[in-house]
Design a protein around this ligand. Structure first.
Ligand code: NDP
Length: 352
């Protein structure tokens, strides 16, 4: 069993002075409000590669300063950075920030190769700073309740898992996700989250994957917008996975099938209220109650607490390495047409 931080919401630690790396949509929509929801936390500056875009972003979000390089950002009095640039930039930016003594909250995937991901973890460890990966789904109330229900044995022995998590990617989020063969695609975008959610919910490591991927509607050649996999986890447990960007009217349905019952979570990972968790067993069908929480605020709260020496991030840098290892093995399996072993701590020496 692994130790996890987010069974209860921590206080949020001392207020932090933040720098944003990336004038991104996720920062604008979710993370700036989440940071500001925590009392006393301040966003000092945003870094964009484009001076005008950065200035416009700063103005729109009431941020005092916009800079165009990491060096300029790191010259400012900051405690922490939130990195939400495009995926190919994460590793180098995270390493630079860690080396400058800043605590790092990095978007997923934390890198595009396992070597780079491990280098990020090593840099943070060497600098003695907190490194977190924004696997925000760990903070979803439905997911925490689901994990707890499984731990209480509500389904008996867990026999198999089915995760359907394909949806329609809104037009404003398409861009690099469907265009870029370097860092785009549903597996690197959504597959990493499913990898982390499985590890979190089940407390088991994934060992081997049989993967497929293709482009059915939105993805440019070589960029997956639809992917399926079967994963073998510790304890010889099988999970099936479907992620994608191309399916309008699809629901996200996560099923955990056991010897005495089945748990069905519908939309458990959406940021707005609307998730549902149902247990079906010999007594009938009943809904398990939970109270919606802001998933992104959970990330910031755990991170800030960890910076204050209380607990650990909801998902650590090492968790980010693991979810990337899973995603890269999925892609390799799809390309090679065979199963691929997912590296574990003991075997993780380089890219799969
Ligand atoms: P965006 O496409 O909105 O932003 C990424 C970068 O693109 C920005 O940093 C910016 O570069 C550049 N950019 C922004 N607007 C424009 C524009 N109009 N024209 C040209 N370039 C532009 O990405 P997302 O917010 O969707 O994703 C950013 C990261 O966050 C990714 O790593 C993604 O995986 C992750 N993510 C995580 C989520 C989660 O829930 N954990 C949810 C969504 C995304 P610059 O900074 O140089 O200005």
């Amino acid at each position: 069993m692994h130790e996890h931080a987010n069974d209860s919401a921590p206080a949020g630690g001392r207020p932090l002075r933040w720098g944003l790396v990336g004038s991104s949509s996720v920062a604008a929509t979710h993370m700036i409000p989440a940071i500001r929801d925590l009392c006393g936390h301040e966003i000092v500056a945003v870094m964009s590669r484009d001076r005008e875009r950065g200035a416009a972003f700063a103005k729109a979000h009431g941020i005092a300063q916009a800079v165009t390089s990491i060096e300029e950002l790191l010259a400012l009095p900051l405690d922490a950075v939130y990195i939400s640039s495009t995926n190919e930039l994460h590793a180098a930016q995270a390493i630079a920030c860690a080396r400058a003594g800043r605590h790092v909250l990095c978007e997923k995937p934390i890198a595009l190769t396992l070597e780079d991901a491990q280098a990020v973890v090593d840099a943070a460890r060497k600098a003695g700073v907190v490194l977190a990966t924004n696997h925000h789904i760990r903070n979803a109330a439905a997911v925490i309740e689901l994990r707890s229900a499984l731990q209480q044995g509500l389904v008996g022995d867990l026999l198999s898992v089915r995760i359907a998590n394909s949806f329609a990617l809104p037009a404003n989020l398409q861009g690099w996700r469907v265009d870029s063969p370097t860092g785009g695609g549903a597996i690197l975008d959504v597959g990493v989250h499913m990898a982390d959610s499985l590890r979190f919910i089940l407390d088991r490591e994934p060992l081997e994957i049989w993967g497929t991927m293709n482009s059915v509607r939105l993805g440019k050649p070589g960029v997956d917008d639809n992917a399926m996999a079967v994963v073998r986890l510790e304890g010889d447990l099988f999970a099936s996975l479907h992620v994608g960007f191309a399916t309008p009217f699809a629901q996200r349905v996560w099923e955990f099938l056991g010897s005495r019952g089945t748990l069905v979570a519908t939309n458990p990972n959406i940021p707005t209220p609307g998730a549902q968790l149902v247990l079906r067993d010999a007594h009938g069908t009943r809904e398990l109650p939970f109270v919606h929480r802001n998933l992104y605020e959970g990330t910031v709260r755990h991170f800030a607490s960890a910076v204050s020496g209380e607990g650990r991030p909801a998902a650590t840098g090492e968790d980010g390495v693991r979810s990337l290892a899973f995603a890269l093995a999925w892609i390799e399996s799809a390309r090679a047409g065979r199963s691929v072993r997912i590296p574990t701590d003991a075997t993780m020496t380089g890219s799969p």
